[in-house]
Write a new protein. Structure first.
Length: 390
């Protein structure tokens, strides 16, 4: 399916030298969501992207229910495949396949998804060089000249320039590696509707194979350390799945950074969203739903400053409170789940494959019928995580 450009809010072109209400930097899910949210509330928005769109992005590309719920109501997902079966392995052995009667999650290519999501004008190929706080605005120097903005939303990824400006602190840094493998029709049919998750091969890490039509996305993520060990793990996954014989269209890697508790989400008139803020689930490292949801909140906060006249410090405080009660609570449970998984890695695939509550919880989390925060509040889950992490 080809991406469908969305233009829910008309945006008039803005010359970079003019003063804009909200400047959003980064045209991934967080930035696009922030730009749409701010524009819907009457703010004049300019969206900048360092790379040329559409651009490839290392990402598993699975959209869980929380991601789908955070998309604009008229957005058509450029779906590559729909997953309803999952093969779960432990150290690439002891394979069990579980099936769901309905779709667990669709998969997308991020270049198509991000390009379709951009609902405002995007100025791509523009790099941010510096930012300077002025009395009631910010002066942002770019590779194409200066831009003045009343508010800046930094959604420029895990290596964010604005994260450094704000002073984000991290408690967890992981390395993700990925390969896009072109497969013949017979192999594509074998993987149609089926994903693979491997647990226990690396401390705190896991690997995946996601179907995407005529290609498979194969990836692995674990705590940053010896990159050669991580590459070897990815190569083992490819070999054990019989995929190393097929051509690799793309390979890539990136670092994901998970914020420390009470890490700032803004400074002055700069707000952060998505990976730039260190917002992702610590155990699975799922970040798209966090990007979409935080982007929408950040866009609303930016508009409240420019359109509603709310004080910037109050808007940032409200934004931080919104993050804390929702995504922050999910991250706390994710941190506990990661600690338990690191201590008892074999327990998790067993819970998914051998217990009804484990598989049902996985299904509900995939479909967005439950959150980690809600699951963590269940007495049985709470007690199990506490037991496994000690």
């Amino acid at each position: 399916m080809h991406p469908v450009p969305m233009h829910p809010v008309p945006i008039h072109p803005v010359l970079p030298a003019e003063l804009v209400d909200v400047l959003v930097v980064g045209a991934g899910p967080a930035g696009c969501s922030a730009a749409i949210s701010a524009a819907e509330r009457g703010a004049q928005v300019l969206l900048l992207e360092r790379q040329r769109m559409p651009r490839y992005k290392v990402c598993g590309g699975g959209l869980i229910g929380l991601s789908l719920a955070a998309l604009p109501s008229d957005f058509r997902v450029p779906t590559c495949a729909e997953v309803h079966r999952v093969t779960i392995t432990t150290r690439l052995r002891r394979s069990h396949t579980k099936e769901s009667p309905t779709v667990l999650f669709p998969t997308v290519m991020r270049d198509e998804f991000d390009a379709a999501l951009a609902g405002v004008e995007v100025r791509d190929g523009v790099s941010v060089l510096s930012v300077e706080q002025q009395d009631d605005s910010l002066q942002v120097q770019t590779s194409h000249g200066p831009v003045r903005a009343r508010v800046v939303i930094g959604a420029d990824g895990s290596a964010s320039r604005f994260a450094r400006y704000v002073g984000v602190r991290y408690r967890q840094v992981d390395l993700g590696l990925e390969a896009e493998v072109a497969v013949p029709p017979s192999v594509a049919d074998e993987w149609a509707g089926r994903a693979l998750l491997d647990f226990g091969s690396q401390p705190g890490g896991y690997a995946w194979v996601f179907p995407k039509g005529h290609r498979l996305t194969v990836g692995a993520i674990a705590a940053r350390g010896d990159s050669q060990v991580q590459r070897h793990y990815l190569a083992r996954v490819l070999a054990e799945c019989g995929l190393s014989r097929y051509p690799t269209e793309r390979t890539g890697g990136h670092l994901t950074r998970c914020r420390a508790p009470n890490s700032p989400l803004g400074r002055g008139r700069v707000l952060l969203a998505g990976d730039a803020a260190g917002l992702l689930e610590p155990w699975t490292r799922e970040g798209i739903s966090f990007a979409l949801r935080s982007g929408r909140l950040a866009g609303a906060a930016g508009a409240s400053i420019c359109v509603a006249g709310q004080a910037a410090d109050r808007a940032i405080a409200d934004y931080a409170a919104g993050i804390a009660t929702g995504m922050g609570a999910e991250m706390q449970v994710g941190q506990r789940a990661l600690a338990a998984y690191e201590r008892r890695p074999a327990a998790f695939p067993l819970a998914l494959t051998r217990t009804a509550i484990g598989w049902r919880s996985f299904e509900r989390l995939c479909r967005g019928q439950a959150t980690l925060a809600g699951a963590g509040a269940h007495p049985l889950v709470h007690g199990t995580l506490s037991l496994l992490s000690h």
